[in-house]
Design a protein around this ligand. Structure first.
Ligand code: HEM
Length: 403
């Protein structure tokens, strides 16, 4: 395997897969804000990366000059085989990869699934799940909080919502990690896992077409856009998106929050003593450890300051960096559990703002509240054994805890 050269200048040669950057990207953002508002790299197919809150607010609204047709940080290489595969399965994952005019009708299909009222109906399932998971390891006095706890909460809840077999969530997690974590740096893996997920939902969609049930897939199949039934391909792609968007993201937020409390005993003690802080603490942890970075593709030449994006250029929407911008957040590099003014954009902003934010907040709240009720005292057995995933979605993937 070729060794990737280390970064010597983050302004002109950044690498979102650099291991130190994945572990702690904040020093790089600070450096870039000071010397280069929009950084550039030729790595991973090339891209531009703004780090300020102001730029992020402006760029999400540049539609259609900046298109969502490819939101991945690393585009798959062009190849006939890949194109044929995409043509077979549909090249997009609506609504996240849709531009106007298709975007709004596709988004409208998804939004009712995640209203506060809809999410309240899923709450008892997630609450019981958190207790069952803790029952599984509490007597042993140790666990991997990422793998034995955090990951199962979004994975089993989204499986329950979509109506797929909750006993297969380890497999679903493997597919999503294959796609989002390994696939980003390895197109063969990307294709492999994409295929598996699409095939899985294709089978399920066909089964529901033949025998409708009272579930999400049957509901999507019964909807219409402009008087036309939704295409089979689009329903498959939407289910794919819900699985992928629903797992790594919230897993990362729950895991980062637990990591924070293990590393900062003062905050842990305060949280255990003052559960009324959960609402502000959750928003603050979402701000500080924002997991999701997205991308856009320029469809025309765009001038921003002294930078010019050419058609086809990739622009990285670094929501996590914007959330640490000291121009907007006082003490931006500190976790303030009772922060009152917190207009973070961890869920994005603008037309593609996260459709699942009510669900993510509910999962995070229950995961942390129940953990603190049952395990208020905990620490990392070995902070060096913690591993992080990064790139599109950043969060801890191993958290060995003792309690
Ligand atoms: C803490 C957890 C989560 C974070 C930080 C997060 C973050 C984001 C971000 C930043 C976007 C904007 C994408 C863009 O502008 O291109 C987004 C979009 C989206 N998210 Fe989430 N997400 C989370 C959890 C979820 C969950 C649990 C679901 C549902 C299963 C979900 C479903 C979606 C969908 C469907 C979109 C596309 C909306 C559109 O394009 O109109 N997300 N998310």
């Amino acid at each position: 395997m070729t060794k990737i050269p280390p970064v010597t200048d983050w302004a002109t040669d950044y690498d979102f897969f650099d291991p130190d950057y994945i572990k702690d990207p904040a020093p790089v953002w600070k450096e870039l804000r000071g010397k280069c508002p929009i950084a550039h790299t030729e790595r991973w197919g090339g891209s531009w990366m703004p780090t300020s809150y102001e730029n992020m607010q402006a760029f999400v609204r540049m539609v259609p000059e900046l298109s969502s047709r490819n939101v991945m940080l690393v585009s798959p290489p062009k190849s006939d085989e890949f194109d044929a595969e995409l043509a077979e399965y549909g090249s997009s994952a609506p609504p996240i990869t849709s531009d106007p005019p298709e975007h709004i009708p596709m988004r409208r299909l998804i939004l009712p699934l995640f209203t506060p009222k809809a999410v309240a109906d899923y709450r008892p399932f997630t609450e019981q799940l958190c207790h069952d998971l803790i029952d599984g390891f509490i007597d042993q006095g140790s666990c991997d909080a990422a793998l034995d706890y955090a990951v199962h909460i979004p994975a089993k809840t989204i499986a329950y919502i979509i109506g797929v077999d909750g006993n297969r969530t380890d497999e679903f997690v493997g597919w999503v990690r294959g796609l989002v974590e390994q696939g980003m740096q390895d197109p063969v893996k990307l294709k492999h896992y994409r295929h598996i997920i699409r095939d899985f939902f294709a089978e399920l969609v066909d089964a529901r077409k033949a025998n409708p049930k009272d579930d999400l897939i049957s509901n999507l199949l019964s909807q219409e856009i402009n008087g036309q039934p939704i295409a089979r391909k689009a329903v498959i792609a939407m289910c794919d998106l819900l699985l992928v968007a629903g797992i790594d993201t919230t897993w990362s937020s729950i895991g980062s929050a637990l990591w924070h409390f293990a590393m900062n005993p003062d905050d842990r003690l305060r949280m255990a003593a003052e559960p009324d802080l959960f609402p502000t603490a959750i928003e603050e942890l979402l701000r500080f450890y924002s997991p999701v970075t997205m991308a856009r593709v320029a469809t025309e030449e765009i001038e921003v300051g002294d930078v010019s994006f050419k058609p086809g250029d990739k622009v990285v929407l670094n929501f996590p960096a914007a959330n640490r911008d000291p121009a907007v957040f006082e003490d931006a590099d500190k976790v303030v559990l009772d922060r009152q003014r917190n207009r973070h954009i961890a869920f994005g902003i603008g037309p593609h703002r996260c459709a699942g934010s009510n669900l993510a907040r509910m999962e995070m709240e229950l995961a942390l509240r129940i953990w603190f009720e049952r395990i208020p005292e905990f620490k990392l057995t070995d902070p060096d054994a913690v591993t992080w995933a990064g790139g599109q979605v950043r969060g801890p993937r191993h958290l060995p805890f003792r309690f």
